[in-house]
Design a protein around this ligand. Sequence first.
Ligand code: 6PG
Length: 511
Amino acid sequence: MSNGKSDIGLIGLAVMGQNLVLNMADHGYTVSVFNRTTSKMEDFIKHCQENEPSAERVVGHAELKDFVDSIATPRKIVLLVKSTAVLPTDRDAVDKSIEQLLPLLDKGDIIIDGGNSNWNATIRREKELTEQGYEFIGSGVSGGELGARFGPSLMPGGSPKAWKSLKPIWEAIAAKVDPKSGKAYEDYAAGKPITKGETCTTHIGPDGAGHYVKMVHNGIEYIDMQLICEAYNLMKTLLGMSAGEMSKVFGKWNKGVLDSYLIEITTDILQQKDPATKRGFLVDKVLDTAGQKGTGKWTSTSALDLGIPANSIAEAVFARCLSALKDERVAASKKLKGPKVKEIKGKKKLVEAIHDALYSSKICAYAQGFQLMAEAQKEYGWKLNFGEIAKIFRGGCIIRARFLQKITEAYQKNPDLQNLMLDPFFKKELHRCQENWRKVVSLAVLNGVSTPAFSSALAYFDGYRAKVLPANLLQAQRDYFGAHTYERTDTPRGQFFHVDWPKADRPQLKA
Ligand code: 6PG
């Protein structure tokens, strides 16, 4: 608090907003809060007073003007309002909040959008606001409820000047990791924030860069989750393992190279008994249809727009779409027959092979995500630091994993690394695991188990390492029916040829 004014303000007291406020208050910052529905703000203040050691640093306001006036200048105001805008021309609740704020602000004040906003909208908002003399930061916030409360991964994009102002608070509240192991410190408790270690935030770049990187984080989150689900499904279908048995396997995997938040929660989920019936595991009672809010789809459409083969990320989105067609699938299951699952001997070996398939596919998935960011920076004129991005993914966020330490090292050693699979460490790992990976994908195919993530990652690996692809024939087909021309293997690149294929001289095929 300075001169009786709050250090920062926050609008939008849904779960993420409330937890971020408490995190900032835990770190000694006084936070003014405002919510469109005043009763929500009042309930939150009451909750703080009854339960939170830092309650005195949370100040509620029912009027927007009072809220704004209570914040020290240049003001920093975080918006946690649901965004729906996708195209640069779309206007949504974030724009509405900004419109309401602007007449009350002073030039130089900073608005920080901490929602999962689309980067296109963030680019537009940053431009509009800076033209009027305000500052705007679009910041990815990852880690869900617990992350927001005790240490999220924060991905801010905006001007260096705006970042300088926000930096002390963002650095204080972000997750912290042990610099040597890359492991996040998680011994947190309300009122006792973690202050040691490397902080999981960095200035990502200008305008929409932070929200773009957060979106790719989510795309990777989609594929990471789908890969785990496919490993689970293979153990269940091919080996008949129970959820409890699989929980032990995931628990073991979580002590090795796959050590990650998502494997950890999977271990936990699989051992949960059904509290409603008190019989069996809860996961077996959860309906197999997955929802989605759109960030995986945005990642995939951006990959398509930029021409980057992020096929596994897209497959993870489609896998959710397919899962949502529950009624159709149930009907089709009675009509479309596949092979009978054959009894498989050598359970231990197959479980090991599934581990390796998951690990190799995960390397490919991250390779796709980082390749996409590398292309996006060219398109949008950003200069992304991939070593720093991998570093801040190590703690706080949903994809946090031990293996991000290795990605950090890979980009620190070679900031211009063309593809993660080419880094010596990951190359070795892919070579070590590929036999098992191929075995698992083959077994899945032979037994009729759908594994879009494992299979597409393998296709990406094989396609990327292929000196020659059948695109020669494809280009010939394009030239045949559309005169789209082709380049030749025996002339320099950039020279284009066309042949009138139906009429061209060619030897007759023998009958
Ligand atoms: C995070 C998450 C979060 C996201 C949820 C739900 O980093 O904390 O990515 O931002 O909203 O994971 O996403 P879906 O509803 O699309 O699965």
